[in-house]
Design a protein around this ligand. Structure first.
Ligand SMILES: [Zn+2]
Ligand SMILES: [Zn+2]
Length: 217
């Protein structure tokens, strides 16, 4: 494998492209601009560099990781998600800060240390927000915003942004939590201890859930 020196910002773009492919099937320039809150000029310069380095292939408004690009992105994503697990599970850091700190830590771990972290943590399947580690889980399910009345289980929080994580936390929407959904028109409620709690629509679009088999069926 060729040793390419990528700058930290370029590594971040690669990782974001990987995560967009993971959640949406493909990465578009507009999504990258909104994720990083940067100008189209800056992003097109970065994408040009990544293409030159053989990390991505580009075409009509979108891009795809090459095999080399995927390898680099996978390493970063794995390092990010394992760092989060280490911070939350071992050090007791909350899941908002763990995500922020993981952005820095993902660039520093040597491969053998990362393997050791993985081992010590017992080869976790996902990060604390439900995103797969090393293909051990799949991001599947539907958006809470599209759920119908019935029992569900939270599978992941899509964007790990502070307002989303804080909002999810307040409503007990953590990966693997069992929830009882009530749908009324476009509104989604959680039934908790005899009370119906409204889930803000923008938040419901960021929570991935899977239907639980109905016990009575
Ligand atoms: Zn994260
Ligand atoms: Zn995470």
């Amino acid at each position: 494998m060729t040793k390419l020196k990528l700058s930290e910002p370029l590594e971040n773009y690669l990782k974001e492209i990987y995560e967009l492919e993971e959640s949406k099937g493909r990465a578009k320039v507009v999504d990258l601009i909104s994720s990083f809150n940067i100008s189209p000029g800056t992003i097109s310069k970065a994408l040009f560099r990544l293409e030159q380095m053989g990390m991505i292939d580009r075409g009509e408004g979108g891009m795809r990781l090459t095999e080399d690009g995927r390898r680099v992105a996978e390493r970063l994503v794995r390092a990010h998600r394992l760092s989060e697990r280490l911070l939350t599970d071992v050090l007791g850091v909350d899941w908002v800060r763990s995500h922020e700190l993981a952005h820095r830590l993902e660039h520093i771990w040597p491969e053998d240390v990362l393997d050791r972290i993985d081992e010590v943590l017992g080869r976790p399947r996902t990060c604390p927000h439900g995103h797969p580690i090393s293909g051990r889980a799949k991001m599947n399910g539907e958006l809470l915003a599209n759920a119908v009345t019935g029992p569900y289980r939270v599978s992941a929080i899509l964007k790990e942004e502070e307002w989303i994580l804080r909002g999810a936390d307040k409503l007990g929407l953590r990966p693997e939590s069992a929830i009882s959904v009530k749908r009324e028109g476009d509104l989604i409620y959680l039934m908790q201890e005899g009370r119906d709690i409204l889930v803000p629509t923008e938040l419901a679009k960021q929570i991935l859930v899977r239907a639980e088999r109905d016990e009575r069926a």
